[in-house]
Design a protein around this ligand. Structure first.
Ligand code: SF4
Ligand code: SF4
Ligand code: SF4
Length: 271
């Protein structure tokens, strides 16, 4: 049986309850054989990553909780020379045995997700345990999942959550490790701007904004504030034409969406 986490990024309000609850559960608490205490500072077995896209005033923020992916092909487990890392048969969670870990850090080097921490005092590697100590004592979900006020985090059987997993993505799929933490609704990139008439000193409503990339097109018009937003774009190279009756068209070529783009205030000149 495999248990999975499903995270709906669109629901996350960035309250950090999950991050705090993970610390509360593990700092100063010795859950051996599952894990030794997490140090007070320096470790975040769950880290809420804040992503700020664009530039003022066109900015979007989203939050992505990140922690061990409990991978199907756990690179950390394969790299450990002391067989200290193991997969639990009952739920597939990957744990580091604190009694067997010799602190060689091979797992840290092997994991592409940067979710293993080193406990300098105990000289062992540590990470998210899936709160296996709770699951084995009657809890149906880990602490982080339990405290989330927006139900961003879900935990359960892969089969039961298959509808949520459909269309979800995993982080760094190129790692090929088969992560068991799925993310829904990670926003794509955006291209935005505001169109105005510099003579009239007013915004231009209803200007056509035609975006192309290869054979794909996106066709929208500016709103009552002269604004346009192309949302959820893939990373790529785009060309944009902005046109309105009575105005010279404006061209933007080779817009690269490795980052979100705010084109700012765009003046349309009258013909
Ligand atoms: S995310 Fe890293 S630490 Fe967690 S199972 Fe995968 S390889 Fe191991
Ligand atoms: S499952 Fe437990 S150990 Fe893992 S991130 Fe959540 S609270 Fe922390
Ligand atoms: S507790 Fe839930 S809403 Fe709050 S930061 Fe974590 S995932 Fe987001």
């Amino acid at each position: 049986m495999a248990k999975v986490f499903v995270i709906d990024v669109a629901r996350c309000s960035g309250c950090y309850n999950c991050q705090l609850a993970c610390k509360d559960e593990h700092v100063g608490n010795d859950w051996t054989p599952y894990a030794k205490p997490q140090p007070k500072i320096g470790q975040f077995w769950l880290k809420v990553q804040e992503n700020v896209c664009g530039s003022l005033p066109k900015v979007k923020i989203h939050y992505i909780p990140k922690f061990c992916n409990h991978c199907t092909k756990a690179a950390c487990m394969e790299a450990c020379p002391n067989e200290a890392i193991y997969r639990r048969e009952q739920d597939g969670l990957i744990l580091i045995d604190p009694e067997k870990c010799q602190g060689c850090k091979a797992c840290q080097t092997a994991c592409p997700y940067d979710v293993i921490y080193f406990n300098e005092e105990l000289k062992i590697s540590q990470k998210c345990t899936g709160c296996a100590h709770l699951l084995d004592n009657g809890w149906s979900k880990p602490r982080c999942v339990d405290v989330c006020p927006t139900q961003t985090l879900r935990f359960g059987e892969e089969e039961e959550l298959k509808d949520l997993i459909e269309g979800a993505e995993v982080l760094k799929p190129e790692s090929g490790l088969g992560p068991k933490v799925y993310y829904r609704n990670i926003p794509g990139k955006f291209i935005a701007g505001t169109v105005y008439d510099p003579v009239e000193k007013d915004v231009v409503e209803g200007a056509r904004c035609l975006l192309t990339s290869g054979s794909k097109t996106w066709d929208i018009v500016t709103d009552d504030f002269g604004d346009f937003w192309f949302k959820d774009l893939p990373i790529g190279v785009f060309n944009l034409v902005i046109s309105a009756p009575g105005y010279e068209p404006k061209f933007f070529n080779d817009l690269k969406t490795s980052e979100c783009i705010n084109l700012g205030d765009i003046a349309l000149e009258k013909k």
